[in-house]
Structure formats: C-alpha cells, structure tokens
Design a protein around this ligand. Structure first.
Ligand SMILES: *[C@@H]1O[C@H](CO)[C@@H](O)[C@H](O)[C@H]1NC(C)=O
Length: 293
C-alpha cells in the first residue's frame, strides 16, 4: 500500500513538473555545415575545429553572412554568439528568420556594437505580412563580447519567444483575434550576418566605425535547428500539431519565465514601440498583449 502511494506521489510530481515546464527542448550543438551555408563574401568566414565554430569578419571592403539550408514553419532555432570585442561601434551582428516573398514575415535579433567599454544594444523586431515597425531595444545584463551566449527563437502557432540564454526577453503573442497577422503559412530561413551600419547603429549614427580597428570579428557555435522543414513554397507544415513546440505547455510562458521577462523589461528596456506615443499615437493592436504577466 505504502509502496503504491509512493509511486502515485512520484508520478504526480513528475506530471506536475512536466505540465509546468515550458523550457524549450535543450539545443544540440551541431557544426555549421549541418544546417548552414555561407551567403556572400565566402572568404570572410573562418572555420575552426572542422566548422564546429566559425568567425564572421567585417573589414572596410565587406561584411559577410550565412543562411540555413532548409526553410521552416515553426520550431526552435538557436545559436551561440560572441559579439565583436573591443571597439565595435558602427557594426551590427544579426540573427534572424525571414520568409522570401514580398509580404514577408521576419523575426529579428540585431546586436548594435559600441565603443570599447560601452554597452551593446539588442534590438528585436517582428514583421508579419510585410509590416514591421515593432522595435524593442534592451541592454544585456552581461558583456556579450566576453563569452558565448545562446540566442534563440521559439516559434509556434501561439507565440514567438525571443530568448537570451534561458531568459525570455520578448514575447509576440498570436493576436489574430485582434486583426494582427501572425506568421503561420510562409516558411522562413534562418540568417546571420555582420555588416557596417554606422549610419544608424551606434548612438543613432553619431559614432562611426573606426576602420583602423578592422577586421571586426564575431564568433559563432551551436547552430541548433529543430523545426518543421518545408519547401520554400509550402504553406503548411506536414507535422503541424504533433511536434513538441505545438504542445499545450508552449502556448504561453510559465510563471518563472514571466518573472524573468518582467525583470528584463523593468531593468533593461531602452525602447518599446508599444509605449512610443509620439511615433504611434494609436498603439498597435497587439500591444495589449505585450505584457510581462
Ligand atoms: C553606446 O554607448 C552609449 C553611451 O553609454 C549609449 O548611450 C548607447 O545606448 C550605447 N549603444 C549604442 C548601440 O549606441
């Protein structure tokens, strides 16, 4: 009897922790070549340890970038990046998902460099059906040039979550019921690049890239892709509803994740389009869901 109760107890504890856990499945580190190919300026990419690690190089001639081999409808995509160290003012390192067509969907991480010792800014944005203008900007709670950190996107029918390490820094809920388009029928590829954007990136373009410090180098590893692979022209995922990210516990953040999101929003937010009444006298409809509780 006691034994039976013990088993019952244990299994309910297990069940409870399972239904509460909304941590995405742990990424698996794979080499660059498994999921990605260079896109442009191939001679500006260095391969280390057989491609388990790579470096993108920006000099005054060119930046460079890479993209996923596959296109995906929903999933979990992550990359470990070490940003350009030292004087990175004017440079932008980006990691984003984008569909190919004209009314495109896009999910963006953009890391804006800075002068030595000054903080990077992480800008995120979401485009749906070609419409963007949804910028949010934060400072990070660590120096992103010192070590590798994981940057990832969880995308399902219910939400798009931006993570830095395991901390959700932004959630874009599906607000179809409010008349807001949500990416669901255009496969996206994953892209990353390093380029010069000293016309806007650092202090709004006041700080220019110091080319005497070139080449600028951003390092990458991880390259985890776990998505529903679809042909570029597909408009649905063959396994829709059956993958781990489709399940109930990923419809929303859990309590701990909301606490972490709130912490980021309260301590590190620089800009949020949802609170910019000058630029947007009429707040975008989805903003009523842009909350940290
Ligand atoms: C760069 O540093 C300045 C001064 O601390 C700061 O105002 C700015 O937000 C930082 N980041 C960027 C990308 O401009």
């Amino acid at each position: 009897m006691a034994y039976f109760l013990l088993i019952l107890c244990l299994s309910s504890v297990l069940l409870a922790s399972e239904t509460m856990a909304a941590e995405p499945k742990k990424p698996i580190d794979v080499p660059f070549g498994r999921n990605y190919v260079p896109t442009w300026a191939l001679d500006h990419i260095n391969y280390i340890n057989g491609g388990s690690e790579i470096q993108l190089k920006l000099d005054k001639y060119t930046g460079t970038g890479f993209q996923s081999k596959g296109s995906y409808l929903f999933g979990h995509f992550s990359m470990h990046i070490k940003m350009v160290p030292g004087d990175s003012a004017g440079t932008v390192t980006a990691f984003y998902l984008s569909s190919q067509n004209s009314e495109h969907d896009e999910i963006d991480f953009e890391f804006l460099g800075n002068r030595t010792g000054q903080p990077y800014i992480l800008q995120t944005n979401v485009f749906t059906g070609g419409k963007g203008d949804r910028e949010q900007r934060i400072y990070l709670w660590f120096d992103p040039t010192k070590d590798y950190h994981a940057y990832s996107v969880l995308w399902n029918m219910y939400q798009i979550v931006f993570f830095v390490d395991d901390v959700p820094i932004r959630v874009f809920k599906n607000s179809k019921d409010l008349g807001v388009r949500f990416p669901f029928n255009q496969p996206m590829k994953i892209y990353s690049s390093l380029w010069n954007a000293d016309d806007w990136a650092t202090r709004g373009g006041l700080e220019k890239t110091d080319w005497s410090k070139a080449p600028f180098i951003a390092s990458y590893k991880g390259f985890h892709v776990d998505g529903c692979e679809a042909s570029v022209n597909a408009n649905f995922c063959e396994t829709q509803g059956k993958r781990w990210w489709d399940q109930k516990q990923f419809e929303d953040l859990d309590a701990l994740q909301y606490r972490n999101l709130k912490w980021v929003r309260q301590k590190y937010t620089i800009y949020n389009y949802c609170t910019d009444r000058v630029r947007f006298p009429n707040m975008a409809a989805e903003c009523q869901r842009d909350r940290d509780v």
